[in-house]
Unconditional design. Structure first.
Length: 209
């Protein structure tokens, strides 16, 4: 339980820092080529499949086994050790992440997806309870008709020290596999690329198998 709480506090701070880190990462790391997945392994998004950035290409790290570090806001508590993840970034203030979990049965995957959606639905309130310097608001952008379905959410966080960040999240499922996609940058709901992110989510779920 202590690890879970620490993860929440870390991700609150990480929301405000993500944009700055993304710029540094892009300058410091080369783009990583995706490794062809083994048969039966879910495929991850390619950089070009993310919402287009007006002035920068997207870059990607390798697909990595285990939970991301730091844990992502909203969904981090629920992620099991069997998760796999991939990080993406641009040369500026935009970054993204995909996390995928293959469960042992369709029912377990269905329950896990429902848990993630519940966590996202209560995320803004939870973040403000964890950190009084954070003001968070969120939107539910609805369900996408792809495979067993996907849901899209928006989260805006503003801090007492002046940061303002917009993040989009989606949870989608295909059979026993659940994927979470997150896109974020400095800004507000006005800067959220919702239509592009929905297209990215559809692509991500269609690529699971």
């Amino acid at each position: 339980m202590q690890v879970r709480n620490r993860g929440i506090r870390t991700t609150v701070a990480a929301l405000a820092a993500l944009s700055a880190v993304a710029g540094v990462t892009a300058a410091a790391l080369p783009a990583a080529a995706a490794t062809a997945p083994a048969s039966g392994t879910p495929r991850f998004l390619e950089p070009a499949e993310l919402p287009p950035h007006p002035t920068s290409p997207w870059y990607a790290g390798p697909v990595t086994a285990g939970q991301p570090d730091p844990l992502p806001a909203c969904v981090g508590d629920a992620l099991p050790s069997i998760a796999s993840h991939r990080s993406y970034w641009t040369e500026y203030d935009t970054n993204a992440q995909q996390i995928t979990v293959v469960e042992r049965s369709e029912q377990r995957a269905k329950d896990f997806a429902a848990l993630l959606r519940k966590d996202l639905a209560g995320c803004a309130k939870k973040l403000m309870q964890q950190d009084p310097d954070i003001t968070a608001t969120q939107k539910n952008y609805g369900r996408l008709d792809v495979e067993e379905g996907a849901h899209v959410y928006g989260l805006h966080t503003a801090s007492a020290w002046g940061s303002s960040d917009i993040n989009l999240f989606s949870v989608g499922r295909d059979g026993t596999t659940v994927t979470v996609v997150r896109w974020g940058q400095m800004g507000t709901f006005q800067h959220a690329q919702v239509s592009d992110f929905k297209a990215t989510t559809v692509t991500a779920v269609n690529k699971l198998y």
